[in-house]
Design a protein around this ligand. Sequence first.
Ligand code: MUC
Ligand code: MG
Length: 373
Amino acid sequence: MRDVQIERVETIIVDLPTIRPHHLSMAVMRKQTMVIVRLFCSDGIEGIGEATTIGGLSYGDESPEGMKLTIDTYIAPLLQGKSARSANALMSLLDHHIQGNYFVKSAIETALLDAQGKRIGVSVAHLLGGAVTKTLPVLWTLASGDTTKDIEEAHALLADGRHKAFKLKIGRKPPKEDIAHVAAIKEAVGADTVVTVDVNQAWSESVAKQGIAQLQLAGIDLIEQPIHKTNFDGLARLTRYFEVPIMADEAVATVSDAFKLAKVGGGSVFALKIAKAGGLVNIQKQAAIAQGAGISIYGGTMLEGTIGSVASAQVFSTLPTLDWGTELFGPLLLTDDIVKTRVRYGNGVMEIPQGPGLGIELELNQVEKYKRK
Ligand code: MUC
Ligand code: MG
């Protein structure tokens, strides 16, 4: 097999407006900022990846501007001139020289896998052992900040059939108001529509105990990250106490978090995200830990655009135990896109592009249009 080298790694910050403000406990998003990675190889193949977070530094500890700097200053020089074929070898090199920086590593691994898939004519899912599905269930997050608008949005989406389940974001307002908001939406969409609630760490354990009791009574199907991410024992206590499943999100970032949380029973569901985990291969390791511990999994998002969402979909499609479906709706929250062919959504699912690589390509005019100047 002819050797192929990495010639150059380029990063571009892209800002895309959202279709409406997206309210989370720690930030209100009006645009999404993505760091797009272009990895050029000596055989003319280009791999693409995406490093995206939520609300600057309010969700994770890597910012878009910092991620660009990390790749340009530390990662690109390490990769330049190296053999491009083995993502595992290159990720191991990065892990040896660069601590943490998981969001960035996920974008680089995505670009390496995309390039290798394009090179040998197979999808990224195929490189990861093969897909078990060509579609993934995708819920929608209602987070306009207004109960009436959320109900209208839910009814329109149910009528259209694009989504069949919803996630609600709370934690910005006093618990009483938040719970009334959730109960009103649940009643409006009906008992048969799955509704989950993400508190994004906003509650103390004692408040969570009261709040979850009421959410359970309102018929909510799953509670996501009610308390601070470092409180593993608290998550375990809530998981044991309530019938409604408790999902770990921020708490389960790395492979080692998954192991430690599984050991204490911190959550009956894990939300897996390629950015938190530091890449696609680590998602498969976390899924194996969850499977061994009898913990369900859910395909999470960092509200990435199309590249990050498709990269997530490629690895999620290899997991037979994705009981809770996914939330890979990121591209639908944005007013426009930077790829040639947009991903198709309908009937509650996302259609996964079928390779080679990620199965998508950058539309460079669009990248230029939304590139931060
Ligand atoms: C989160 O914490 O889950 C995922 C969907 C959404 O609306 O926000 C994100 C972040
Ligand atoms: Mg969450």
